[in-house]
Design a protein around this ligand. Structure first.
Ligand code: UT7
Length: 334
């Protein structure tokens, strides 16, 4: 019997309207447009208005992905996020309810910037096992909510946003079918990307107010090295699974953390830099939303067209990483 593959049949994305340029950041922090562009490739990022939360981003992107999938009925919702609305419960059930999807299973996946790929793997597993015929996978993050207002190195990089795909059961040889998602982790380096306080190890309580660190922290240079190595390794595994070589890849959609990381990855793999999808210049690093937002941008610009061979890869806190291939299907992105 042919195994049930997970096939992309819808794509949606959403960015909060408020864009903050590097020059605007430089008015309140000791930084400059030149430093941020040269070191990261980022020119602006979108920031969610006060009063809104990750679920608001996820609902917008999810609704657009469902529209793109001709409002197919989905059997499950997987939300990849590191910035849930609350420490508990998960944010996905609220998103499913607001999308009017009924009592479907809905849960969050926490793999920080690799979350979307972990979400794809989870959804593909549901489909392969016969637990679902179609799954909405959303990557949504509102990092503006966890950044230290005084930390120029993280505020220059991160922005808010959401992207989503709908996966349905299909054949492994049809357009849109995901190859095996190759994932990895290394928890011995979890301190390199962390929110130190507010979890069970160091709870924030009124009695200890002011002592913990509730903000996102990242050891940028160490992360940079890990990012290139682990994305290259998982990409090679994903290409091997698909029976492709680097020359077969029409578009590399890598996590949009830093243009220097993407170029180093392309150089390492022997891939033409021109084949890297670049979206971070306008949105920065949107964590779990980064890969689907870059896919949507590439579709909108005509860079990504039906039949193109796509390699997706990401890296993030955990540490976590992953990669996956697909041949792009004929779907309209909203
Ligand atoms: O999404 C999850 C995965 N994350 C990543 O993959 C991020 C990977 N890391 C990076 O992208 C880069 O390491 C950063 C963009 C975070 C930092 O770039 P860098 O070239 O590695 O800079 P650095 O951390 O080595 O800092 C160099 C200098 C420091 O000053 P001193 O100590 O040399 O005086 C920083 O304080 O640059 C300074 N700096 C800044 N200067 C102006 C850091 N951020 C800024 C800034 N504006 N925004």
């Amino acid at each position: 019997m042919t195994p049930r593959a997970a096939v992309v049949c819808g794509l949606g994305s959403w960015l909060p309207p408020r864009a903050v340029t590097n020059d605007e950041l430089a008015r309140e922090l000791d930084t400059s447009d030149d430093w941020i562009r040269t070191r990261t490739g980022i020119g602006a990022r979108h920031i969610l208005d006060d009063g809104l939360a990750t679920s608001d981003l996820a609902v917008e992107a999810g609704a657009r992905a469902l529209k793109s999938a001709s409002d197919i009925a989905v059997d499950a919702v997987v939300l990849a996020t590191a910035t849930p609305d609350h420490p508990l419960p998960a944010t996905a059930p609220r998103v499913a309810a607001r999308l009017g999807l009924g009592p479907v299973p809905a849960f969050d996946v926490a793999a920080v910037c690799t979350g979307f790929l972990y979400g794809l793997a989870t959804a593909a597993g549901f489909i392969a096992a016969g637990s679902a015929d179609s799954v909405l996978v959303i990557g949504a993050d509102a990092f503006s909510r966890i950044l230290d207002p005084a930390d120029r190195s993280t505020r220059a990089i991160f922005g808010d946003g959401a992207g989503a795909v709908v996966l349905r059961a299909g054949r492994p040889d049809e357009p849109g079918a995901l190859g095996p998602v190759r994932l990895g982790s290394d928890g011995s380096a979890d301190h390199l990307i962390q929110v130190p306080s507010g979890g069970s190890r160091d709870p924030l309580r009124p009695a200890t107010a002011g002592q913990g660190d509730p903000y996102f922290r990242m050891a940028g240079q160490a992360v940079f090295r890990h990012a290139v190595e682990s994305m290259a390794e998982s990409s090679e595994q994903a290409l091997h699974d698909a029976g492709w070589t680097v020359k077969d890849v029409d578009l590399l959609v890598a996590h949009q953390a830093n243009v220097r990381i993407m170029h180093a990855l392309a150089d390492w793999m022997g891939l033409d830099r021109e084949r890297c999808a670049i979206h971070l210049d306008r949105v920065g690093n949107t964590s779990a939303a980064s890969v689907p937002l870059a896919l949507a941008d590439a579709v909108a610009s005509g860079t990504l067209r039906p039949g193109h061979r796509v390699l997706m890869t990401a890296f993030g806190g955990g540490l976590t990483w992953g990669a996956c291939t697909l041949r792009w299907p004929a779907v309209e992105a909203y």
